[in-house]
Each structure stands twice: as C-alpha cells, then as structure tokens.
Design a binder for this molecule. Sequence first.
Ligand code: VGL
Ligand code: ZN
Length: 203
Amino acid sequence: MSDTALIVIDMQNDFCPGGALAVAEGDQIVPGINAAMAQADTVILTQDWHPADHLSFASQHDGAAPMSEVDMAYGKQTLWPDHCVQGTHGAAFHRDLDLNRADLILRKGFRREIDSYSAFFENDRITATGLEGYLRDRAITGLTFCGLATDFCVAWSAMDAARLGFAVQVRLDLCRGIDLNGSLDAALRNMTSMGVKLVRPQA
Ligand code: VGL
Ligand code: ZN
C-alpha cells in the first residue's frame, strides 16, 4: 500500500559483528531485511552519522568508561565506544544491504552536542530530524520498523512514531538488541504500552 513505509534503522558496519559497537547477530538480519524491502512500497534507511568528537563517545569525557552514563544538557546519556564516525567504514551500510531500494537515506547524530537515537527527534527530544515532515508530505500513515538496535534506535524511533500518530509495527525477527542492564525487556514493554505492535511473521 502506498501509504506505508518500511524504515530500516542503522544497518551499519559498526553495529555488526566486528564493528565498534557490535550487536550480536546484527548481520544475520540483512537477508530478511532485503526481502522485506523488496515487498515494501516505500523504503527509508537511517544512518547513524557522528563527528569524530561526538559527545556520546566515552572518549570525549575524561575517565569515563563506555556504557556508563553522564548528565548532558538535555539529561542522561549513555556513553558509547566511538562508532559510526562520518565517512568511515564503520559508518557505511553493511555491504550486502540492498541500498537501491531506498527512497530516502536519513542521517542522524551529526550534531556534536546531541545524540539521536530516534529517527524523528534527537535526544534533547526537541530537535527534529525532518522525517515527520517527509512522511506527512508523502501521505504515509503506516510504518514498519526493523534494524539495529532493537532497544535503542529502533525502540526510540518506533515510540516517537506512535506518539506522532502513525500506525506502527516493529518486525522483531528483523531486529537485534544491545541489551544493556535490561534495556531490551524495558524497550519491548515500553513499545507495547505506547501502542507499537510487535510482530514476528516468520515465527
Ligand atoms: C545506536 C547507540 C548509539 C543504535 C546508535 O543504532 O541503536 N545505539 N548509537
Ligand atoms: Zn550512535
């Protein structure tokens, strides 16, 4: 249906095995995502795209360990290993991902001071990426999400989409999670309570 889109979140080398912020089995969902893209009417890819001195990197905070938390101007922020640095191999899409199907490739996380898990709003929860306007202009009302990572960028994007009034589902069979201190279970619970439909068509 032309009023629906498949949004593929952050299928980049750094989130796949061997990458800087590897998600277990992150690469295993590529064939399934390619198949889903082939069936979708509209396909949008997101790309985590950080400057080398991004403040979500533990390396930018004296003595801070990756996976610890700091207070940023906008609230709590998890600190990550350096990842998805603009123009690097780690920021590039997995080589087997079929990029030709994408109508739009949306980059996020390019402002040094603000991380952006969601494809709609940066982590200050105010700065918009422009994706909502794009979808509204194209009269797209239904969204299916897949990609990496289930408990961060997929969940934050899906919940923002639900909050904005889109009909939202997440293909759990085409996602993999980081699972930091129970973040995966929490994300699944929070998405469900926001009205996001969690589906696994293959199961
Ligand atoms: C992501 C942590 C940091 C993600 C991106 O794609 O889920 N997670 N940057
Ligand atoms: Zn990132």
